[in-house]
Unconditional design. Structure first.
Length: 305
């Protein structure tokens, strides 16, 4: 991207009103969360959708929403991605904070909609994000006296968070601009993250997504109240954002230092070449002076004769 193109991109993004960008994060988060809540709850209870389809559909939902809203707000849709964008300088702090608020509100709105629109019973309950007794695999593993611990839950959510945040940072421009390849990459990242974490935690991957359903699944007769486990689904993604941002900042500093060192070496090389050229010029001037003196002596000798 040329300097002129980069300037035009920055001006274009700054021309979009902040309210429009925040609204895009709100609506996009609502769509994503509502779709995933529906897929996980209805798909699992009625159609028997397995983990492979959950991962695939999760990736497709994020990719579609990113394509739709990417040119407006950058389609972050995830507080962890917004935190990383702020830390890396791709998003202004004020914008990032408002994005996070909008994302959480979008998740809560989707949770409210699915809670009051979805018919529930003892057989059809809201699929939440949780571990141990709230894990989607607990019913199966409980027959064998096995359950997924909090340590494993933290590990899978952290790894999935790193994959998602790293993909988000590496596929956006310095000004946060996105394109079609970014949407595809994010879909793949969320799909892989869901495949890693779904059996253990129900694939939260996104604090806004975990918060929205936890609020409305509270006091619904679950083995453990989802709000008691919600902290895991905030701490892990934010920690992942901090790790990825730190690595990106260090890599950028190393790259800058390397470029400065190369520039200094190039400057020294140019100075050496210039000095050699100056010495050669001085040498040629000395030879010309000697030839001129010799010619003068010869002329004086001829005149004397």
């Amino acid at each position: 991207m040329t300097a002129v193109e980069a300037t035009s991109v920055t001006e274009e993004e700054q021309s979009k009103p902040l309210a429009l960008r925040v609204g895009a994060e709100l609506v996009g988060s609502f769509i994503i969360c509502f779709a995933i809540y529906s897929i996980c709850t209805l798909g699992s209870a009625i159609y028997g959708v397995n983990m492979a389809f959950i991962a695939l559909l999760t990736g497709l939902v994020y990719a579609a929403a990113t394509l739709i809203f990417g040119t407006i707000s950058g389609a972050q849709f995830n507080p962890a991605v917004s935190v990383a964008a702020m830390l890396s300088g791709k998003t202004h702090v004020l914008d990032g904070v408002l994005y996070i608020i909008a994302q959480v509100l979008g998740g809560i709105g989707a949770g409210a909609a699915i809670r009051f629109l979805l018919p529930t019973s003892e057989q059809v309950t809201l699929v939440i994000n949780g571990f141990d007794k709230n894990s989607v695999s607990y019913a199966t593993l409980g027959n064998y006296g096995v359950s997924f611990s909090i340590t494993l839950a933290i590990a899978v959510e952290l790894v999935a968070g790193i994959i998602i945040v790293a993909t988000a940072l590496n596929t956006t421009s310095e000004s946060g601009k996105t394109n079609t390849s970014h949407a595809i990459a994010m879909g793949l990242a969320y799909g892989v993250g869901a495949a890693i974490s779904y059996p253990v935690t129900g694939a939260a991957l996104n604090p806004a997504r975990a918060t929205g359903i936890a609020i409305f699944a509270q006091n619904q007769g679950l083995s453990q109240e989802p709000l008691q486990q919600l902290w895991v689904f905030w701490i892990c993604p934010i920690l992942a954002a901090a790790i990825v941002s730190l690595v990106a900042i260090v890599a950028s500093m190393i790259g800058t230092k390397k470029n400065v060192s190369e520039a200094e070496q190039d400057s020294e090389t140019l100075e050496t070449i210039a000095d050699d050229a100056s010495d050669d010029a001085d040498g040629h001037e000395g030879e010309q002076d000697e030839q001129s003196d010799a010619q003068t002596d010869a002329d004086e000798s001829v005149e004397a004769n």
